[in-house]
Write a protein that binds this ligand. Structure first.
Ligand code: HXC
Length: 257
């Protein structure tokens, strides 16, 4: 597929999606949404891909939804076109997704990172939900995912003030998995993605699905889901191989089946 606003590359079992609208600090317009969703779904459909990395530039992961594209729309336009609704398909990807964030991750950019499973931040990353300053609110899940990730009071302060936080504060708040020096961000993303992608694909799918249920359901439902997903993995070749390799004191050789 030809993409207009992103660069896409596969290295081994890792799929890379790089936002590429430098003139707009990678602001997410409708075309970017289409490109990112299509690329993520294509990687997701490929059993040769076990992890996806989404990144931007050193200056900006993404400075938000594209304000210039949205400005003149009516509420009816937004509703009828389900503006940005397709991002739900990005969040539904079964393959683990790593956000490698440097520079601005604001508004929809922060929310895109929040749809990923691991957030690696460079020490130059800046996160925020500045939408109230524009007369709107987060619209790609920010109010919901921030409350779940950070707790109510930290999330509410960020959403109500629009204040930007740096990588260190984001790490303390639990908004990022790990902070690394800016020069090491892509290497850290590559090695984290490779570590994940080498694991048995059925176990990765099951683990991500169970983690998602934790955000969406009660403890009892989640534990029931986990137990079933756990049981189903005993029908995979990779479970037999992983456990045999442990017993035989050798490294496993997974087939991702
Ligand atoms: C459209 C954007 C943009 C955005 C930056 N640009 N952010 N265009 N939408 N979100 C454009 C600028 O207009 C400018 O283009 C170019 O990118 C460079 O930006 P500058 O402002 O000149 O850079 P700088 O001075 O370094 O300031 C960086 C910044 C600032 C602090 C990140 O750009 C900024 O505040 N951006 C908006 C952040 C924001 O409010 N995001 C939330 C969006 S609402 P020109 O052509 O003028 O030079 C949102 C809602 C989500 O995300 C809900 C989804 C439905």
């Amino acid at each position: 597929a030809a993409y207009e606003t992103i660069r896409v590359e596969q290295r081994g079992r890792v799929g890379w999606i790089t936002l590429d609208r430098p003139e707009a600090l990678n602001a997410l317009n409708t075309q970017t949404m289409r490109d990112v969703v299509a690329a993520a779904e294509a990687f997701d459909a490929d059993e040769g891909v076990g992890a996806i990395v989404v990144t931007g530039s050193e200056k900006a992961f993404a400075a938000g939804a594209d304000i210039k594209e949205m400005e003149q729309k009516s509420g009816l336009d937004m509703m009828l076109t389900d503006h940005f609704g397709a991002w739900a398909r990005f969040a539904a990807v079964r393959t683990p997704v790593i956000a490698a964030v440097s520079g601005y991750a604001l508004g929809g950019g922060c929310e895109l990172a929040l749809m990923c499973d691991v957030i690696l931040a460079s020490d130059r990353a800046k996160f925020g939900q500045p939408e109230v300053q524009l007369g709107v609110i987060p619209g790609m899940g920010g109010t919901q995912r921030l409350v779940r990730a950070l707790g109510y009071y930290k999330a509410a302060e960020l959403v109500l003030t629009g204040r930007m936080i740096d990588a260190a504060e984001a790490e303390r708040a639990g908004l990022v998995s790990r902070v690394v020096p800016a020069a090491e961000l892509l290497d850290a993303a590559e090695s984290t993605a490779r570590t994940i992608a080498e694991k048995p694909l059925p176990a990765l799918y099951a683990a991500k699905a169970a983690l998602d249920v934790a955000l969406e359901s009660t403890l009892a439902e989640g534990v029931r889901f986990e137990r079933q997903a756990f049981a189903s993995l005993f029908d995979t070749a990779d479970q037999k191989e992983g456990m045999a390799a442990f017993r035989e004191k050798r490294s496993p050789s997974f087939t991702h089946r």
